[in-house]
Write a protein that binds this ligand. Structure first.
Ligand SMILES: Cc1cc2nc3c(=O)[nH]c(=O)nc-3n(C[C@H](O)[C@H](O)[C@H](O)COP(=O)(O)OP(=O)(O)OC[C@H]3O[C@@H](n4cnc5c(N)ncnc54)[C@H](O)[C@@H]3O)c2cc1C
Length: 442
């Protein structure tokens, strides 16, 4: 079999604990050649193949019963091109490691999501995004990539290559793990920069009425709405040339406990036992959050730890109906007997050109819904999903949703191109699993 070392890592679970796998075989390749050998050998044994990232998808997208490829020996920066301002990184590199290495080189990614535990390949494969900026998603920051396809060939995706390479580039930036195993990803980078973060509570009406202005006036704007209240916490991150003024360690620890959802997790547990307490407790939590301003290296401002395990659904709706959709969700929450302790997160993104991007060809507002990992999410998520589908919403590929190929196809102008690319790169469905059968067809 392949040269990569076999391990006994046979029982895999995702971060939220909702998906698990018992692969027949586990390997930890160290190079593109070892990935290619492993894929070819798996083919001769008729095993399906999946490289996992950090298991931070909430869906069963990374599950396999065949050969599971671990990411942890395919790590590190391969090349830095300061003329082109690009950095090529091995696919299993965790984002926090990439950020630290880039910072050491005086470089940075343009934008990030709110945590940095994911691998680069896992993060781009599902369309992981932050808010605002020129590009919100990591996939839209990709300049080139390489991947091993179903027959073990190493192919490249480049925007300026021939027709085949261009199509690989278009499709594999958000490839859902369906097109092959990514072995390296080239990101566009920029000189390291400092962000000033201004976080302050605002009334619901102010955020909803002024959303376009807040989004336009700040490099990276987001807000959290506390269900059962008319309060939001807003976060405005702007580039600054002033010296960084990070939070003190104590303030940072106290605030992390609030912003890492620890409080909301605890509230949820209280709420499960005594549901009547959630509404008043949310009022208290919403008011307890105080304003703060600090500045730091961009990657330290974009991300914060998540100490409580939760379940999440997130939808992107067209920017112009974002606040209308949110208002309808609020009315639904008030009609139902739900007690929701986790805030609803609002972000936005400019349009991009990635085929399966939730922001493909349209500026978008993202609305994200969370419950504690022990809480049954179905009634809440499914009813909210129905509302957001009414606004032509597109679900995050790595977060919980109930959509399938038949109704996703009309939502993406290049869905058929993606399926055609999959037919070319993986005709035997070496990389298929149940999730991909559902969202792409078999
Ligand atoms: C606490 C938390 C916070 C989050 N915050 C955000 C956020 O701010 N914004 C956002 O958009 N999302 C967010 N997410 C979702 C998360 O970023 C995505 O689900 C992401 O895909 C997880 O990356 P991962 O490395 O854990 O990949 P996994 O979940 O392990 O895998 C995801 C997919 O990538 C594939 N994959 C992994 N490696 C490769 C490879 N080398 N080649 C081909 N395919 C590969 C897997 O097979 C699978 O299909 C968050 C999730 C959690 C749990």
């Amino acid at each position: 079999m392949a040269r990569a070392s076999a391990t006994s890592w046979r029982s895999w679970r995702n971060w939220s604990g909702l998906a698990s796998a018992h692969p027949t075989q586990v390997m930890a390749p160290t190079s593109a050649d070892e990935v290619a050998d492993a894929v070819v050998a798996a083919g001769t044994h008729e095993l399906r193949v999946k490289m996992v990232g950090s298991g931070h998808s909430f869906t069963d997208i990374a599950v396999t019963d065949g050969l599971l490829l671990r990411p942890d020996r395919l790590v590190g920066i391969r090349t830095v091109d300061r003329d082109a301002m690009t950095v090529t990184v091995l696919a299993g590199t965790p984002l926090h490691l990439l950020n630290e290495r880039l910072h050491g080189l005086g470089l940075a990614l343009h934008n990030m999501g709110d945590v940095d535990r994911q691998t680069v390949a896992g993060a781009i494969s599902t369309g992981t995004h932050g808010t605002g900026g020129t590009w919100a998603s990591l996939a839209a920051q990709v300049a080139a990539l390489e991947l091993v396809t179903g027959d073990g060939s190493l192919v490249h995706g480049r925007p300026d290559g021939g027709d085949d390479e261009r199509r690989v580039f278009e499709g594999a930036r958000i490839g859902l793990g369906a097109l092959g195993v990514l072995t390296a990803v080239t990101f566009r980078v920029e000189p390291a920069f400092t962000l000033e973060a201004v976080e302050e509570p605002m009334a619901w009406d102010e955020v909803v009425d002024r959303f376009d202005e807040l989004a336009a006036d700040n490099h990276y704007f987001e807000a959290y709405w506390f269900p059962h209240t008319d309060r939001m916490l807003t976060k405005r991150n702007n580039r600054t040339v002033d010296d960084a003024e990070p939070l003190s360690r104590l303030r940072s620890l106290v605030d992390d406990v609030l912003l890492s959802y620890t409080v909301f997790g605890a509230l949820n547990r209280v709420g499960n036992v005594a549901p009547g307490t959630i509404r008043p407790l949310n009022q208290v939590a919403a008011r307890a959050l105080s304003a703060r301003t600090f500045s730091d290296a961009s990657h330290r401002v974009f991300t914060s730890p998540r100490r409580v395990v939760f379940r999440e659904m997130e939808y992107a709706v067209p920017r112009e109906v974002g606040m209308q959709a949110l208002t309808e969700v609020r009315a639904l929450v008030e009609q139902r007997d739900w007690r929701i302790s986790f805030p609803v997160e609002l972000r936005h993104a400019p349009a991009d050109d990635v085929w399966l991007s939730t922001a493909h060809d349209r500026a978008s507002v993202y609305l994200a819904f969370h419950v504690n990992a022990q809480t049954d999410h179905r009634a809440y998520f499914e009813d909210v999903e129905r509302v957001l589908r009414g606004y032509d919403g597109r679900p995050h590929w790595g977060k919980l949703h109930t959509r399938s190929a038949a109704d996703l196809a009309p939502a993406y102008p290049h869905f058929a191109d993606f399926v055609a690319l999959r037919d070319r790169l993986d005709p035997d469905r070496r990389f298929a699993n149940r999730y991909l059968d559902r969202v792409l067809g078999s």
